[in-house]
Write a protein that binds this ligand. Structure first.
Ligand code: ASP
Ligand code: MG
Length: 417
C-alpha cells in the first residue's frame, strides 16, 4: 500500500466519458489499497477558450483578473471527477488551490509554488480513506490572498508539488503519449521507449522540445526527488494488471538507473535562428554590450560561439535565438551598434539544432567526436557546436535535420531491434 499522485491532462478529461474512464483508473488504485491524490487539468480546449476571452475583453488586461478567469477550467474538472467518483462509491472531495492552500509568489500568470500544506489531505487519507481531487494549475498568492496560475502546462507542476508535499511514493502522469522515447517517433520510426530516464536528462529533453511535461515540473521533481512516471491515459483501466509493473517511463534519480547508456536520447528543434556579428571589436565589455540588451528585451540566447581574434582587434561572434525572436534580436543588436562596434550582421532562420543527451557522457570520452565524423560522412555541415556535461548540440541546415537525427540515433545504438 502506497501513497500516489495521479495527474490527468486535458485530453484525458475532455468529456464526461473520459472523466468516467479517469475515475475507473482512480478506483483501480484505491481498490489496490493506495491513498490517492488526483490532480486534473481543464477539459481539452477550455483554457485556450478562457485565454481568448480575456484577450477579447481587453488586449491589455490585469494579470490578476486573467488568473481569476483561466483558473476556473480546472475547478470544473475537479468537481466533476469528484461527483463521478462518489457515484462509484469512492469517497472523494475536490480541492481548489486556496483550500489546501497551495501558496505561490505574486507572479500572476506564471506563479511559482512556495509551499503546499498537505496535512489535511493526509488526515483524510488516514481517517476516512478519502481521495483528494485537486484543481491543477492554480494557487493562492501568499501576499494578497488572490488566486494565481502557474503558466501554461502548469498542472504537471501542481502534481509534482503535491507529490512532494504528501511524500508520495510516485507521481503518475497520465497523458496522451505512452512513454518518453529516445527520439521523436514521428521522425525516427525506430525510436524506442525509455524505461527510465534521469531527471537531468529529462530536463534537457523537455527543454529541447520533447513536450511530454512542463519543464518546471521536472525541475521540481529533481529538487524534491519525486519519482515521476509517464504513462498512457488511453489504456483501459480494466486492462491494467495491478500486479505487473505498469508500462511507461520512470523519471528518477540517476542512482536508480542500473544500466546507464552513454547516450539516452536525441532531440532537435527547428525553432532556432542564427545571428552572426562580423568583425566585432575584441575588447572587454563587448559581450555585455551585446547580450545585455538582448536580456533586457527578454530574448533567450542559446548557443554562443566566439572566436579568438587573430589580429587582437576584431573577431566574429555567433549565437542562436528562438526563431520567433529573430527580427527583434536583429533590431536590438542594430540599435546597440554604436555601443558594440561591428562591421556587419548576418543571420539565418533555416537552421536546426540537434542535441545528443546522456548522463554517461560524463565518464566517456569521444562521444561528440563520433557524431562529427558521422555527420561529415553524410556531408552535413556544422555551423556551431556547444557542449555541456551531459549534452552536446550542433547547429546545421534545417533541411538536414531529420537525416541528422536518424543518423545519430543509429550511431549511438538507440535503434530498436
Ligand atoms: N489547463 C492549463 C493549460 O492548458 C494547465 C495544464 O493543462 O497543465 O495550460
Ligand atoms: Mg500538459
Amino acid at each position: 500500500m502506497a501513497r500516489l499522485v495521479m495527474k490527468f491532462g486535458g485530453t484525458s478529461v475532455a468529456d464526461l466519458d473520459r472523466i468516467r474512464n479517469v475515475a475507473r483508473h482512480v478506483k483501480r488504485e484505491v481498490d489496490a489499497g493506495h491513498d490517492v491524490a488526483v490532480v486534473v487539468s481543464a477539459m481539452a480546449g477550455v483554457t485556450n477558450q478562457l485565454v481568448a476571452w480575456c484577450k477579447d475583453a481587453a488586449a491589455l488586461h490585469d494579470a490578476r483578473e486573467y488568473d481569476a478567469v483561466v483558473a476556473t477550467g480546472e475547478e470544473v474538472t475537479a468537481g466533476l471527477l469528484a461527483i463521478v467518483l462518489e457515484g462509484m462509491d469512492v469517497n472523494a472531495r475536490s480541492w481548489q488551490g486556496w483550500q489546501l492552500p497551495i501558496l505561490t509568489d505574486n507572479a500572476h500568470g506564471a506563479a511559482r509554488i512556495l509551499d503546499i500544506n498537505g496535512a489535511e489531505l493526509l488526515r483524510r487519507f488516514k481517517e476516512m480513506s478519502q481521495v483528494a481531487v485537486i484543481a491543477g494549475f492554480q494557487g493562492l498568492n501568499k501576499e494578497s490572498g488572490r488566486i494565481t496560475t502557474l503558466g501554461r502546462g502548469g498542472s504537471d507542476t501542481s502534481a509534482v508539488a503535491v507529490a512532494a508535499a504528501i511524500q508520495a511514493e510516485r507521481c503518475d502522469i497520465y497523458t496522451d503519449v505512452d512513454a518518453v522515447y529516445t527520439a521523436d517517433p514521428r521522425v525516427v520510426p525506430k525510436a524506442r521507449r525509455l524505461a527510465k530516464v534521469a531527471f537531468e536528462e529529462m530536463l534537457e529533453l523537455a527543454s529541447l522540445g520533447a513536450k511530454v511535461m512542463q519543464v518546471r515540473s521536472v525541475e521540481l521533481g529533481m529538487v524534491h526527488n519525486v519519482r515521476i512516471f509517464v504513462r498512457s491515459s488511453f489504456e483501459k483501466p480494466e486492462d491494467v494488471d495491478s500486479r505487473a509493473p505498469p508500462s511507461g517511463t520512470l523519471i528518477c534519480d540517476e542512482s536508480e538507473i542500473m544500466e546507464q547508456q552513454v547516450v539516452t536520447g536525441i532531440a532537435f528543434s527547428k525553432d532556432e535562428a542564427q545571428i552572426s556579428i562580423r568583425r566585432v571589436q575584441d575588447k572587454p565589455g563587448v559581450a555585455a554590450a551585446i547580450f545585455g540588451p538582448l536580456a533586457d528585451a527578454n530574448i533567450n540566447v542559446d548557443m554562443i560561439v566566439q572566436n579568438v581574434s587573430a589580429d587582437g582587434l576584431t573577431t566574429d561572434l555567433t549565437f542562436t535565438v528562438p526563431s520567433a525572436d529573430y527580427e527583434r534580436a536583429r533590431a536590438t543588436i542594430e540599435k546597440a551598434k554604436g555601443a558594440i562596434g561591428y562591421d556587419r550582421l548576418d543571420g539565418a532562420t533555416d537552421v536546426a539544432k540537434i542535441s545528443v543527451i546522456g548522463i554517461g557522457m560524463r565518464s566517456h570520452a569521444g562521444v561528440a567526436a563520433k557524431a562529427f565524423k558521422a555527420l561529415a560522412e553524410r556531408n552535413i555541415n556544422i555551423r556551431a557546436i556547444t557542449t555541456s556535461e551531459i549534452k552536446f548540440s550542433v547547429l546545421i541546415d534545417a533541411a538536414y535535420a531529420e537525416l541528422a537525427v536518424r543518423t545519430l540515433h543509429s550511431l549511438y545504438g538507440l535503434d530498436k531491434a
